[in-house]
Design a binder for this molecule. Structure first.
Ligand SMILES: Cc1ncc(COP(=O)(O)O)c(C=O)c1O
Ligand SMILES: N[C@@H](CCCC[NH3+])C(=O)O
Length: 423
């Protein structure tokens, strides 16, 4: 298994060798498959094609993986982008994603970020509070332009996912309460510089049950009708992202994009609006792996400690959410045993897996973390003064470094010693 192809979410023989990438670039390194990204885009598009009025806007959630080569792949496939910061907006534009296909989400957009979005004429701002609507109105009016907006509504639905990635309960910071939305729209309609065109919802990520989504969409449908009755010209319903992906092969598969598409069609029948979607994880999670080398194996009480050169700063999900990533040897020896897999960072939480039944590995062996393309490199940090891992894109038999390894000196050189400490 020293060659790889992520085309069905797992490693298979192909013409680019992980060994060769590790040799040339070093480890840890994120490796993405362009063909898999393209296939996931196609599968999702086909699943929702024809739902709603016209063709839906599919806006890749940039937060899942903002790498320029990934975004360029999205742009070439005609995808839009869901962005949550000025930085993500600039990345999406730089990759060639059309401004009219960009949606700006997030509870804390600043005046500067609003002005940036307005200056590029982006497709929609998803507003998450009335003070935000007032601020955008003021910024747009001062610029003499009109902002196309939706309110993101919070439907108070439990998405049944990890508490830290649930966004649609009333106790979450996101959106305006759906019960007060009619009044909020009425007040926003009176503000200059805003064109109220949509409604948005997103109840959480890594969703493995379609029922809460369907409940939330039902509430949004009722709101769309009520807003129409109040005279608002609602033309776009943004149904967010959130569809889960398989991480643990021992668990039942999450609903497929086709199941999701069928539910969407059912839930949105008769809405008579264009639909938008913001998938992130579904597009990129299984198009990427994190490749790491075993530094050494240390004896443990019940099972050995497998110490990798990747750590929580490179892949935060296991520490942050107790997330499960499949960990496989690049060249399995045919033997499996329980091990604790950890990184070198000085935190007990720097643990990728505990008592994991996995390929037996030894010092210098290569391992891969599967399903690491989403919320992997993008959530990395430099804790313990570890440089950010590089990223590589594979396409057929070619591959390229799409973010070089940061030299350790860059971490230090970026800082300044104040005059009074200079000697
Ligand atoms: C507003 C919004 N849209 C889209 C996404 C993408 O979610 P996912 O990667 O689960 O598809 C998120 C993240 O949860 C989000 O907060
Ligand atoms: N970062 C989360 C997903 C958050 C989605 C953004 N709202 C994860 O790794 O699963």
């Amino acid at each position: 298994m020293d060659h790889f192809n992520l085309s069905n979410g797992s490693i298979h023989a192909e013409s680019v060798s992980l060994e060769a990438i590790a040799q040339a670039v070093g480890t840890p390194v994120y490796v993405y498959s362009q063909a898999t990204l393209e296939r996931h885009v196609r599968v999702f598009r086909e699943a929702v094609s024809g739902a709603g009025k016209g063709e839906p806007l599919v806006a890749f959630a940039v937060k899942a993986n903002p790498n320029g080569a990934v975004l360029r792949t999205m742009a070439r496939a005609g995808m839009g982008a869901d962005v949550v910061s000025g930085g993500e907006l600039m990345r999406a534009l730089a990759a060639g994603i059309l401004p009219e296909n960009i949606i700006f989400s997030g509870v804390g957009k600043t005046r500067e970020e609003m002005a940036l979005g307005l200056s590029h004429g982006i497709g929609q701002f998803n507003l998450e509070s009335e003070p935000e609507a007032e601020m955008l109105s003021a910024v747009a009016s001062a610029m003499g332009v009109e902002a196309k907006v939706a309110y993101r509504v919070n439907p108070d639905v439990d998405a049944g996912t990890h508490a830290k990635i649930s966004t649609g309960k009333s106790e979450n910071k996101f959106g305006i309460p759906i019960d007060t939305a009619i009044d909020a729209y009425a007040r926003a309609a009176a503000l200059p510089g805003l064109k109220l065109q949509g409604v948005a919802v997103h109840i959480g990520s890594q969703l493995t049950d379609l029922a809460p989504l369907e409940t939330a969409f039902g509430k949004v449908g009722a709101l769309v009708s009520a807003l129409r009755a109040e005279g608002h010209d609602i033309t776009l319903a943004d149904l967010g992202g959130g569809l889960g992906v398989p991480y643990d092969p021992a668990l039942p598969l999450p609903p497929s994009p086709t199941d999701y598409g069928a539910m969407v069609r059912r839930a949105t029948a008769g809405w008579d609006v264009r639909l938008a979607f913001e998938p992130g994880r579904l597009i990129v999670a299984n198009a990427g792996v994190l490749l790491s080398r075993v530094i050494r194996v240390k004896e443990g009480v019940s099972q050995p400690w497998v110490i990798l050169d990747a750590a929580m700063n490179d892949l935060l999900r296991p520490s942050l959410y107790d997330a499960w990533h499949d960990i496989r040897a690049v060249k399995p020896k045919g033997e499996k045993a329980a091990a604790n897999v950890v990184g070198p960072v000085c935190e007990s939480g720097d643990t990728f897996a505990t008592a994991r039944h996995m390929d037996v590995v030894a010092a210098d062996d290569l391992v891969v973390f599967m399903t690491a393309g989403a919320y992997g490199a993008t959530m990395a940090g430099t804790y313990n003064s570890r440089a950010l891992a590089p990223e590589v894109m594979v396409s057929g038999d070619q591959w390229a470094v799409v973010r070089p390894r940061q030299p350790l000196s860059a971490l230090i050189d970026a800082e300044r010693v104040p005059d009074w400490l200079a000697d």
